[in-house]
Design a protein around this ligand. Sequence first.
Ligand code: PA5
Length: 353
Amino acid sequence: MTYVLDDPGRRASLDPGGMAELVVRTADFLREGWELGVRAALPEGSSPSHLLVLGMGGSGIGGDLLRSLLYDRVRFPVTVVKDYTLPGWVGPEAVVFACSYSGDTEETLAAYGAARAAGAACVAVTSGGRLAQRAQEDGVPLVRIPSGLPPRAALGYLLGPMLGALQRWGWVEGLEEEVTEAEALLRSLAAEWGPEVPTAHNPTKQLARSLVGRVPVVYAASRLSEPAALRWKTQLNENSKVYATWNVFPELNHNETVGWALAGQPEGLLEVVVLRDPEDAPRLVRRVEITREVALGGAAGVHQVHARGTRRLSRLLSLVLFGDLVSVYLAYLNEVDPTPVAVIDELKRRLGS
Ligand code: PA5
């Protein structure tokens, strides 16, 4: 097994689209996305009634991360919409980021149309497609990001412009420092965990090995890490082509924990990864410990991944980067190409026909 992960030739043949290389460049994409947002032609605006992010899959996760980042730092609610329709309260005081990497995702296009109809102030973030076309026709500010990437590899390009725009509007303190720290941290972590670092010294490769043949269960120890857990699950689905599941403390203690009575059988089916953050409240840390003792027991392997960095964005993105690399290495171990997502393409094709 180790051979695949530590052999550059094998890695290259399993990853012709270069997914590992794109993951390693997350810091570059975040910086470039931030610059695009800061420089975008945006309307001036006072703090909105609500901030909405519209986006599906790889284009929606940036919204989830933003919501977690801003949770207790802004006086307006942040809502992520992954659907065709909008909540009834959306109106002219709302600000909406419509995010679609391709620009052709029907749910996002429909929700964008609904946001326009409600009179909300929209900003489109896309590499092209119908969203770019409609934004231009509508006179809506357009942040055009580079094309040619798998959407999930463009996370920095999707999150960065929203952070840059928020900086321009001055609605959130300290974002520039956060992006600067995150960029530097992501670069150093990519060097620490990247494909060239052998398994013996690489915790991301070691964790990928533990997940072979198992169903990964990714738990966020607290609300802050919740979108990172979701990202882990979706990257494991799309890159590694495995079924995976996720949940968050403390809510999972009120239902999912009971299911562990049987879920661990047959033994060796599930493997748990708990995402930890230094600011996890002591009560939550205690919950993780007790849950391990009373529910998970010997039913599954349990791994803990600790966020790195100081500021919140760095910590969140350090968890994301760890999981992204695990998902690519697990793809190699599963001998699948991480890039294609044939089922998603087929679904879109059939829905479009
Ligand atoms: O990772 C993927 O390819 C998907 O999750 C897409 O991001 C999702 O289908 C939405 O497409 P788009 O990002 O082009 O709006």
